[in-house]
Design a protein around this ligand. Structure first.
Ligand code: 5AD
Ligand code: SF4
Length: 439
């Protein structure tokens, strides 16, 4: 009988892509994907640790499998990712959920095949979390699940140590992949017919710094990928404002293949808070970069991440954030309430903000950003945009895709258009997404 697997992924695109690697390993071993978790012989949870609620979610869903495991003793349950990479979490998880079979971290994801074999041979729980990152592994197979987009890692880890963030502790120091390896992967992806490449890293614009070679930088990489023959788009995420260079802005103009879209997390609008966060730029530095981006690339779409309720954030600091949002007029923003993470510098700070205050602030922030997004949406009315068709929405009975500015757009079609670039005239502008007709 064919063995099956199911993977539950939490968190960012990095995790989504790493789940594609786990799926690649399982497919190589002959497993096939099971749509329903209950049908799977191997269930993996690829977890996230960035905020407490992501962890609670994972804990809840893992706990809910106790019954299933009882009724299917041969079921293998694995837990990996940023949550298990934290100190003592693997032990805690094992104690709380002894029915989990394999626990591993971010640094040994590529070893999943041997961990699985070990579990099958020994019939005992396998717990292996490496303390430190290893050299980049180029051999892990991938089972891509997001056609027409393909994720491509360019860096792993992070050196920035923003004081609120757990990532540098669970993903290790920043390591760049060799340029030739990335280019080879991109060429292959384009040959296979993918229409969009999204370059991934905790901070893509510091790509190559660890090589200390002036010919290996993110702008150079971007241009080389754009030189690959074929009809495809290039996106990249995520960026740190301190590393956004003039060269990168120029490189974005080098080719039409490079989407005029950038995700540039600001986190806060007050220089005091930014300093406490160890972001290494001020409010003014950030605004200057936004101005530069808009001056050189007038139609650019900019999105961001913003946090409220960081220790010592006063009402005045928060008003600075609202003011910055008004000035920048972001095309979109992911908004978060600060979440204390054990082991980070901010967790030890006095001046933690009360939940009720943070809740009030996030609401006001979301309201403002929604208003701006709506106004920007209105500008789309009757315009024709080029959309890469990505999927079909059963509920709406419509196809959907994004324009180069990352704006979601729905449209009807009798023909399957997934993977095709189409022109859509916008007829309805709602909140975040647009609706239109094929032209
Ligand atoms: N609490 C809340 N949000 C966080 N982020 C990172 N760490 C935390 C935390 N401890 C947010 C940042 C980052 C995004 C990926 O998640 O805004 O840019
Ligand atoms: Fe976390 Fe800052 Fe690194 Fe982003 S740049 S992953 S927020 S430490």
């Amino acid at each position: 009988m064919v063995k099956t697997y199911h993977i539950v992924t939490y968190g960012c695109q990095m995790n989504v892509h790493e789940s594609e690697k786990l799926a690649g390993i399982l497919c190589k071993l002959g497993y096939v994907y099971a749509e329903n978790i209950e049908d799977a012989d191997v269930i993996l949870f690829n977890t996230c640790a960035i905020r407490e609620n992501a962890e609670n979610h994972a804990f809840g869903n893992i706990g809910a499998l106790k019954k299933l495991k009882k009724s299917k003793p041969n079921l293998i349950i694995g837990v990996c990712g940023c949550m298990t990479q934290q100190d003592n979490v693997a032990k805690e998880l094992h104690k709380k959920f002894p029915f989990v079979d394999i626990i591993f971290g971010t640094h040994n994801l590529d070893d999943f095949e041997s961990l699985l074999n070990k579990r099958i041979a020994s019939k005992k729980t396998v717990i292996e979390v490496l303390e430190k990152e290893k050299a980049i592994c180029e051999e892990t197979p991938k089972f891509r699940t997001s056609y027409p987009n393909a994720w491509v890692n360019i860096t792993y880890g992070c050196n920035n140590f923003c004081t609120y963030c757990i990532v540098p502790y669970v993903r290790g120091r920043e390591r760049s992949r060799k340029m030739d390896d990335i280019l080879e992967e991109c060429r292959h992806i384009v040959e296979l017919g993918y229409k969009e490449i999204t370059l991934l890293g905790q901070n893509v614009n510091s790509y190559g710094l660890d090589f200390n070679d002036e010919n290996v930088t993110f702008p150079i990489l971007l241009k080389k990928i754009a030189d690959i023959k074929g009809n495809f788009r290039i996106r990249f995420m995520t960026n740190h404002p301190k590393d956004l260079s003039d060269e990168l802005i120029d490189a974005m103009l080098y080719s039409d293949k490079i989407c005029k879209y950038i995700h540039l997390p600001v986190q806060a609008g007050s220089s005091k808070v930014l300093n406490l966060m160890n972001r290494r730029y001020t409010r003014e530095d950030y605004l200057e970069k936004i101005e530069k981006l808009k001056a050189k690339i007038p139609n650019i779409s900019i999105t961001t991440d913003i946090m409220v309720g960081f220790p010592y954030e006063t009402e005045e600091d928060f008003l600075d954030t609202l003011d910055l949002v008004k000035t920048c007029r972001f095309n979109g923003a992911f908004t978060f309430v600060y979440s204390r993470r054990k082991g980070t510098v901010a967790d030890k700070m006095d001046g933690q903000i009360e939940e009720s205050v943070s809740k009030d602030r996030i609401q006001r922030l979301i309201e403002l950003q929604n208003q701006i997004a709506k106004e920007i949406s209105l500008e789309y009315k009757d315009k024709v945009v080029e959309v890469l068709c990505e999927d079909f929405d059963d509920k709406k009975n419509m196809y959907l895709g994004r324009d180069e500015f990352n704006r979601m757009c729905y449209f009807g079609s009798g023909e399957n258009l997934i993977g095709k670039f189409v022109n859509v005239k916008i007829t309805k502008t709602g909140g975040i997404s647009l609706t239109g007709e094929l032209v």
